[in-house]
Design a protein around this ligand. Structure first.
Ligand SMILES: Cc1cc2nc3c(=O)[nH]c(=O)nc-3n(C[C@H](O)[C@H](O)[C@H](O)COP(=O)(O)OP(=O)(O)OC[C@H]3O[C@@H](n4cnc5c(N)ncnc54)[C@H](O)[C@@H]3O)c2cc1C
Length: 428
C-alpha cells in the first residue's frame, strides 16, 4: 500500500489524515497516512510546545479549519461528496458535538484560544482514527523506493519506518535564541517564564521579529511590569494583516497565484504575512504608549553588565546600538530546520533535484503543484515552503483543504528503484 508519513501532528497532518479517511470511506484511493509526533496532537498550540502559552487567540478565523475552503478538486464527479464528508471534521461540527455552537455564535464567533484549537485538532485525530506514532523523528535516509525514517520514543527506543512519501510540517525548534545570555530568551523560555509569572524584571524590553510569534509576545509583555517594549523588525513599520476580502481570497484560493509575477507575489506576502501583526493584536497595542517599533536587522548581540546591547543594521544608514535589559528572540521558525534530520545521501538527492546546494531560495522555487520538491522521484512535500511558488495560504491555516487535495491527488511514481537510483546517478 502507498504510505505517506507526516512529521508533526499539527493542522496540516490532520487535514491530510482526515481527507485520506474521507477518500477511503467513499471508496476512493488514498495512501495509508502515518503521523509521527514528538509531543501531542496540536502540540505547538499548547504551552508545552514552546510557541505559545495556549491562552492567546488564533489570528485567523477557526472556520479556516482542516477542510477549508471545502472546494475539493480531487476528482470529477465526487467532489461534492468529498466536501460534504469533510464537513464532519469542521470547527463548527466540533462545537456542535461539544454543545458549544450556539454560545459561540451568540458571542460573535470569537477566535479560540490556542489550547482550544489544539483540542479541536485532537478531536479531528480521534474522529479520523489517525495512525499516530509518538516519538521524535531523528533521521531521514533515502530508501530503496522511498524514505527511511528513524523515530526515537520517550524510552529511547528507536523504530525505523519505511515510507513511499514524506511530508514535513512545523516551524522547527522553539528553544533556539540569538545569543546565550541570561537576558536573552528563546520563545520557549519566554512562554515558560511568562506562564509562571517569572519573567526577569525589566525596564526596557526588546522583542525581535515582526510576525505573529512576535505579536503574541508583545501582546503578553504589555500585561507585565515593563517600562518600554520595542518590537524590532527589518521593515519600515509593522503592518496589520488586513483580512480584507481581496487579501484573504488570495490565501483561500491559490488558483490566481501562479499568474502573478514573482515580484507581485513577494509584495503580497510582505504586505499581508511577513512583518504583520493580526488586527486584534494591533488593536490591543495601539493604546499602549510603552510599545514602539525600531527598524533594523539585529547583526550583533553583546552582553553589557546584566543587560544586552543590540546592533541594528539598515541599508544606507550607519549601524545603531541600543541597550535592553530583556530581549526575546521571536524571529519565528527556521524554514530549513528539517534538514538536520536528513543524512548525507538524502540531502544529496534533494540537491540533485533542485540543481545545487540546498538554500531557502532554491527549495521554495522548486515546490510543484502537489507541494512536493519537483524533480525528486520520491515525494517530499514541503508545504511550509510552498508560499512563493504555489500560494501564500499553504504554509499557514488558510487553505488546509486545498493543501490536502494537492498532496493526496498525486500518486507517487513507483519504479522500484526510486531514491536509490537517483543516489547512484549522483555518485557517478
Ligand atoms: C504564536 C503563533 C500563532 C499563530 N497563529 C496563526 C493563526 O492564527 N493563523 C495561521 O494561519 N497561522 C498561525 N500561525 C502559524 C502556524 O504555525 C501555522 O499556521 C500552522 O500551525 C502550521 O501548522 P503545521 O501543521 O505545519 O505545524 P505545527 O502546528 O507547528 O505542528 C508541528 C508539530 O511537529 C511536531 N514536531 C516537531 N519536530 C518533530 C520531530 N522531529 N518529530 C516529530 N514531531 C515533531 C511538534 O511537536 C508539533 O506538534 C501561528 C504561529 C504561531 C507561532
Amino acid at each position: 500500500m502507498d504510505r505517506l508519513l507526516v512529521v508533526g501532528a499539527g493542522p496540516k497532518a490532520m487535514a491530510v489524515a482526515a481527507k485520506a479517511h474521507v477518500l477511503r470511506e467513499l471508496g476512493l484511493p488514498a495512501p495509508q497516512v502515518i503521523v509521527v509526533e514528538s509531543h501531542a496532537v496540536g502540540g505547538n498550540w499548547l504551552p508545552s510546545g514552546g510557541w505559545t502559552d495556549g491562552q492567546h487567540r488564533l489570528g485567523t478565523s477557526p472556520e479556516k479549519d482542516v477542510g477549508f475552503p471545502y472546494h475539493s478538486t480531487w476528482t470529477r464527479g465526487r467532489n461534492r461528496a468529498i466536501n460534504e464528508a469533510m464537513l464532519a471534521f469542521s470547527w463548527t461540527s466540533f462545537l456542535v458535538e461539544r454543545g458549544a455552537y450556539a454560545e459561540w455564535v451568540d458571542r460573535g464567533r470569537p477566535s479560540p484560544q490556542h489550547y482550544l484549537w489544539a483540542k479541536y485538532l485532537q478531536w479531528v485525530a480521534r474522529k479520523a482514527d489517525i495512525e499516530l506514532v509518538l516519538g521524535t523523528v531523528r533521521k531521514i535516509s533515502a530508501a530503496a523506493d522511498g524514505w527511511l525514517v528513524s523515530v526515537i520514543d520517550a524510552d529511547g527506543v528507536v523504530t525505523e519506518i519505511d515510507t513511499d512519501r514524506l511530508m514535513i510540517t512545523g516551524p522547527g525548534n522553539s528553544r533556539r535564541a540569538l545569543a546565550d545570555h541570561p537576558a536573552v530568551l528563546s520563545i520557549a523560555d519566554f512562554w515558560d517564564r511568562a506562564g509562571r509569572r517569572q519573567l526577569p524584571v525589566s525596564s526596557r524590553a526588546a522583542v525581535i521579529g515582526g510576525g505573529e510569534t512576535a505579536g503574541s509576545v508583545v501582546d503578553e509583555l504589555v500585561r507585565h511590569d515593563v517600562l518600554s517594549i520595542v518590537a524590532i523588525s527589518p521593515a519600515a513599520t509593522i503592518y496589520t494583516r488586513g483580512e480584507s476580502f481581496f487579501e484573504n481570497s488570495l490565501y483561500s484560493d491559490p488558483a490566481r497565484w501562479r499568474a502573478l509575477s514573482i515580484e507581485e507575489r513577494r509584495d503580497v506576502v510582505r504586505r499581508t504575512d511577513r512583518g504583520v501583526f493580526s488586527v486584534r493584536v494591533q488593536e490591543n497595542l495601539v493604546g499602549d504608549s510603552r510599545v514602539h517599533h525600531l527598524q533594523g536587522r539585529v547583526v550583533r548581540v553583546a552582553g553589557q553588565g546584566e543587560g544586552v546591547a543590540l546592533t541594528l543594521r539598515n541599508e544606507r544608514r550607519p549601524d545603531q546600538v541600543h541597550t535592553f535589559d530583556l530581549v526575546v528572540d521571536a524571529t519565528g521558525g527556521q524554514p530549513l530546520w528539517f534538514l538536520e534530520m536528513f543524512d548525507a545521501d538524502a540531502a544529496d538527492l534533494v540537491e540533485l533535484a533542485i540543481g545545487g546546494p540546498i538554500t531557502h531560495a532554491r527549495l521554495e522555487a522548486s515546490i510543484g503543484h502537489d507541494l512536493a520538491v519537483m524533480g525528486l522521484e520520491t515525494k517530499l512535500y514541503l508545504p511550509n515552503l510552498a508560499g512563493l511558488a504555489q500560494g501564500p495560504g499553504f504554509p499557514n491555516l488558510s487553505c488546509l483543504g486545498e493543501l490536502s487535495d494537492r498532496v493526496l491527488v498525486a500518486a507517487p511514481v513507483r519504479t522500484g528503484s526510486g531514491a536509490r537510483a537517483s543516489a547512484a546517478t549522483l555518485e557517478k
